[in-house]
Design a protein around this ligand. Structure first.
Ligand SMILES: Cc1cc2nc3c(=O)[nH]c(=O)nc-3n(C[C@H](O)[C@H](O)[C@H](O)COP(=O)(O)OP(=O)(O)OC[C@H]3O[C@@H](n4cnc5c(N)ncnc54)[C@H](O)[C@@H]3O)c2cc1C
Length: 286
């Protein structure tokens, strides 16, 4: 029986785990993929508190957080949480390999990318990606980025820096990313195409694809879809859900609405761990 299980080791989960540790709670973190979560994808982060100041890539910030977690004795198990249930006075957190019992749970599982819901030729499916670093970029590789927000432009910049020839297809008449990021993308050679809602993706040539829009077809070797995300929660049984705010706490991007930022997620993780501590009989402030 543990005090707290934190599900997800992105910024929110790491914030929660560090706080739980500081409060003297016995905490375990479950992570199904990479420590650091979506922050690993960020090219330049300028709004996360960092002693050195300036810009850092998300991956470098993650290294620092991982190091801090290790030094603080935070334990991370690489397992996917499949379900959170309530049994009597405690929670049961199920993974494929184990069943953990705990008195409080912080769910910090972030968001999953929204799928591009258009007809897709089966042979083109392997060319469509949702994270820039899943694409094996080679110099001059034609890459179409579908999306208009900051994650679309940030990833377009990463791809361009790795040598790809990038075109961003925006559905509407203007990008939704901030102007500085759009002009940075342009300065890296990223081409911007406005009013290009993609209606289907076909195969083109031997290995390429064509994205069909009302203004014509854009040919590409790879497609990156970055059109937003939806909360990615594990299954929560009805009895577990009834404990929301009373032992079961959700932190970070999974509940942030449009305010999806690493510093907010980290702080929210700290906050939710303090709530869990207060629920367990602590004072809530350490
Ligand atoms: C391209 C890009 C650029 C960005 N740039 C910035 C920026 O400049 N500044 C900024 O502040 N923010 C930026 N962000 C946003 C920032 O990365 C997120 O706000 C932050 O990572 C959210 O943290 P989180 O812990 O809530 O979720 P996530 O980072 O998504 O972490 C959730 C973790 O939970 C794990 N998980 C999910 N389900 C389960 C499960 N069932 N069991 C176990 N583990 C699970 C996931 O694998 C993941 O590691 C950017 C994001 C992207 C994609």
């Amino acid at each position: 029986m543990r005090d707290v299980i934190v599900i997800g080791a992105g910024p929110a989960g790491l914030g929660a785990a560090l706080q739980a540790k500081q409060a003297g709670l016995d905490a375990l973190v479950l992570e199904k993929e990479r420590v650091g979560g979506r922050l690993n994808l960020a090219r330049r982060v300028g709004n996360f508190p960092w002693p050195a100041g300036g810009w850092l890539s998300g991956a470098v910030i993650v290294q620092g957080l991982r190091c801090q977690a290790r030094r603080s004795g935070v334990r991370i198990a690489h397992q996917e949480c499949l379900q959170v249930a309530r049994a009597g006075q405690h929670f049961i957190v199920r993974t494929a390999a184990a069943e953990y019992r705990c008195r409080a749970v912080v769910v910090a599982t972030g968001v999953r990318p929204l799928p591009l819901a258009v007809p897709l030729a089966p042979a083109a499916a392997g060319s469509v990606h949702y994270r820039w670093n899943d694409i094996k970029v080679h110099r001059g590789m034609r890459t179409a980025v579908v999306g208009a927000g900051e994650t679309a432009f940030d990833q377009a910049c990463s791809l361009a820096e790795h040598g790809a020839a990038v075109t961003v297809l925006c559905r509407g008449g203007r990008p939704r990313a901030h102007a500085g990021l759009v002009s940075l993308a342009r300065s890296l050679g990223v081409r911007l195409r406005l009013n290009r809602p993609v209606s289907r993706i076909e195969t083109s040539g031997t290995r390429g694809v064509a994205l069909v829009t009302p203004r014509g077809r854009t040919r590409a070797d790879a497609v990156l879809v970055a059109i937003g995300g939806e909360p990615s929660l594990p299954a929560l049984t009805a009895s577990a859900r009834r404990r929301l705010g009373r032992g079961l706490h959700i932190a970070g991007d999974a509940v942030a609405g449009r305010r999806r930022q690493a510093a907010i997620a980290f702080g929210d993780g700290v906050d939710k761990a303090m709530m869990a501590h207060a629920y367990l009989g602590g004072r809530g402030a350490c």
